[in-house]
Design a protein around this ligand. Structure first.
Ligand code: ATR
Length: 275
């Protein structure tokens, strides 16, 4: 995409590591173009998110997306954190207002919307794989809506901490097959481009599942979703959450309604020909 820039062009970006998979720049740049907004959005792959935040304060960087593995880590390094994001304990959206960084979370509402068709209030038993920033948002979205919620994670201590803050159950990954869940949601990076063959849990963990969501959007059909399809489960792809969280970021940054169809078309176009 050719992007024209001038001395007034506003700068946005995404911080995370790794960022090789990200389609956020393509989607946000296309949204800016569609709305005639003079802005550009760049990937800032970094191992030093805190210096990036300082740079954002000092430079005219108007907004940042935050992704793996920094969504929880950065919360304490912001000047203000909106109430929902503070409750979740994770920020995926930063706005720079005159050198003060404000944190928001658009993942939780995006997850809730993406799961709307498969989640039966007070009936569905849910299993969330992972206990990082994205899992916090997904867990928050499900809390109080489903019948039961269990967190399963590689590092038991992280699962326990998140479960305590959500008031739900937890297991280590080795015990994940003991959990009988209707809905399984993967929030770990296992299966993400370029390691596309991996699955975060053994097949038996899907034994009772009728629906599976993976928040990974690249590839579109992760190995977990392929397995879930073969088992006859309904599947929800990562793009359902990805595009919604991006649209909500766009609204927060610009004050304009997001051009959702254009963002979706750009996503589909970018996914063509890549794995
Ligand atoms: P994000 O902010 O995107 O959620 P994160 O906070 O780094 O990123 O969380 C990543 C989650 O994926 C964590 O729950 C992590 O497990 P640990 O708590 O054990 O670190 C999980 N994860 C990352 N790589 C994994 C792997 N190879 N196998 C299983 N779980 C993994």
């Amino acid at each position: 995409m050719n992007i024209e820039m001038n001395e007034n062009t506003t700068l946005y970006g995404i911080i995370g590591h790794p960022l090789g998979h990200t389609l956020s720049p393509a989607v946000h740049n296309s949204a800016f173009r569609a709305c005639g907004i003079d802005a550009v959005y760049l990937p800032f792959e970094t191992l030093d998110p805190f210096t990036c935040l300082k740079a954002a304060k000092a430079l005219p960087i108007k907004g940042l997306s935050v992704t793996i593995p920094y969504k929880s880590l950065i919360v304490k390094h912001l000047d203000f954190v909106e109430l929902t994001a503070a409750r979740i304990g994770a920020v995926n959206t930063v706005i720079n207002r005159g050198g003060k960084l404000h944190g928001y979370n658009t993942d939780a509402s995006a997850a809730r919307e993406a799961l709307e068709d498969v989640l039966k209030p007070q009936e569905t038993t849910c299993l969330v794989l992972g206990a990082g920033g994205a899992a916090r948002a997904v867990g928050f979205a499900l809390k109080g809506v489903c019948r039961s919620l269990t967190i399963a994670n590689r590092t038991a201590r992280h699962a326990e901490e998140l479960a305590r803050s959500l008031g739900c159950g937890w297991v280590g990954l080795s015990d994940v097959c003991d959990v009988k869940a209707d809905l399984v949601i993967n929030t770990t990076p296992v299966g993400m481009h370029p390691q596309t063959g991996s699955i975060p849990v053994p097949e038996r963990a899907l034994e009772h599942a009728s629906a599976v969501m993976d928040i990974i959007y690249r590839p579109k059909r992760t190995a977990l979703l392929e397995l879930a399809e073969r088992k006859g489960c309904r599947t929800i792809r990562g793009e359902e959450m990805f595009l919604r969280q991006a649209a909500a970021q766009f609204r927060l940054w610009t004050g304009f309604e997001a051009p959702f169809e254009r963002m979706k078309d750009t996503f589909e176009g970018a996914m063509k020909g890549i794995k």
